[in-house]
Design a protein around this ligand. Structure first.
Ligand SMILES: [Zn+2]
Length: 389
């Protein structure tokens, strides 16, 4: 009986392995990336991985698993020629910026473009129209759409939830990565609370690892971090997967990108120090947490992510940047409370009435009235009751 049970278990194990195909690489060239999942891109997180092809278009793209072509999108923008293959395991692989699709599909797309009299088309297909087997050549690498050079943008999505999955941190592919992230800039901001939460930059550390002196901070402040990751075999600046800020032994803030749903991607504006980004700078992840930041399910925080110094002692502030393979870079600063930080004069060009994120906001110039629905803004106000954590 035991032997029979073992046999049954072994057989079901075989069937499960057969059904759950392991993804193969989409390209024949050695695996190397110019962009990774979760990179901060001003108004969205990079939702896939950019596979390098050595600067030239035309390399074959292979279906990473069996399935069927469920969608094709053609556009001068975005993914350019984009191909979606739905797999039986509940995932969909997406291939962007393609030079061309395989012949039968290319003919169908062209016919639809003529029929619709439009270059841009968005077509969906049933399981029987264009089935593909793992390894089939589904087209070639290109530079179409919003792309700055030939590469393959590839995503793996949860088909049902329309979530893009961080497949490198899941270990679907295993690039060599023993290199820790790098800090490029660390900035500190003082925070005043009257009449509304007003913050201003007080330290801008462009060589953040070189600071030895104790940093003076006001009673309430927060920190923002510009860091990127490195990997062997590529000069690209890649995504940091997790940011952590601790004061002495207390974790004040941690953000881990996780899997990002498309409807939450815009909340990156609430994660970064948005003014720095708008002024043309890079995206710095800030420790202060806005009350309506809908990325809160991937944020851990204490005191709203604020550095609060209630005594005159020297404290240790620690910053960590961790990549998807667990390589970690750390910075430690000695900080001490100091008084006399003066807020700059208020910007009179700004709207004089604060807009409350939890209310509908309205502005009217007589001829037209604009409404902003409640919850459309992320920023906080002075009430401590609005602090998420
Ligand atoms: Zn990309």
């Amino acid at each position: 009986m035991k032997r029979l049970l073992a046999l049954v278990l072994a057989l079901t194990g075989c069937i499960a392995t057969w059904a759950q195909e392991q993804a193969i690489r989409p390209l024949d060239v050695p695996m190397s990336f110019s962009g990774t999942y979760g990179e901060l891109r001003h108004d969205h997180f990079h939702s896939g991985v950019d596979w390098r092809v050595g600067g030239k278009a035309g390399d074959d793209i292979h279906a990473i698993k069996s399935g069927y072509v469920s969608r094709v999108s053609v556009s001068p923008w975005g993914y350019g020629n984009g191909l979606y293959i739905t797999h039986p395991d509940g995932t969909t692989s997406v291939y962007g910026h393609m030079l061309r699709f395989f012949d039968a599909l290319a003919r169908r797309v062209e016919a639809e473009q003529y029929a619709q009299e439009s270059f841009s088309v968005n077509l969906t297909f049933g399981p029987d129209e264009f089935p593909v087997r793992q390894g089939d050549v589904v087209g070639q690498v290109g530079n179409t759409g919003s792309s700055a050079g030939p590469h393959l943008h590839m995503e793996i999505r949860d088909t049902e939830k329309d979530l893009t999955l961080n497949y490198i941190s899941r270990g679907v592919y295993k690039p060599l990565d023993r290199t820790a992230p790098q800090f490029h800039r660390v900035a500190f901001y003082a925070l005043d609370t009257l009449p509304v939460a007003e913050s201003w930059r007080i330290h801008n550390l462009t060589n953040p690892a070189a600071v030895r002196d104790t940093l003076p901070l006001p009673r309430r402040s927060y920190v923002a971090i510009d860091a990127t990751d490195r990997q062997e075999g590529t000069g690209a600046k890649l995504a940091v997967e997790e940011y952590r800020v601790s004061l002495d032994d207390t974790l004040l803030f941690a953000f881990k990108v996780g899997d990002v749903a498309f409807d939450k991607g815009r909340y990156i504006k609430s994660l970064i120090e948005y003014r720095e980004s708008r002024l043309g700078g890079r995206d710095l992840v800030k420790s202060r947490v806005d009350p309506n930041n809908l990325l809160a399910d991937r944020i851990e925080c204490h005191n709203g992510g604020l550095i609060i110094l209630d005594d005159d002692a020297v404290h240790t502030l620690r910053l960590d940047a961790i990549d998807e393979h667990g390589n970690r870079a750390s910075l430690r600063y000695k900080v001490r409370r100091a008084d006399g930080f003066q807020a700059p004069a208020p910007d009179t060009t700004l709207h004089s009435t604060p807009w409350l994120w939890y209310m509908q906001n309205m502005v009217s110039d007589g001829a037209m009235t604009y409404y902003l629905p409640a919850g459309a803004l992320a920023d906080w106000l002075l009430s401590d009751a609005s602090i998420l954590c």
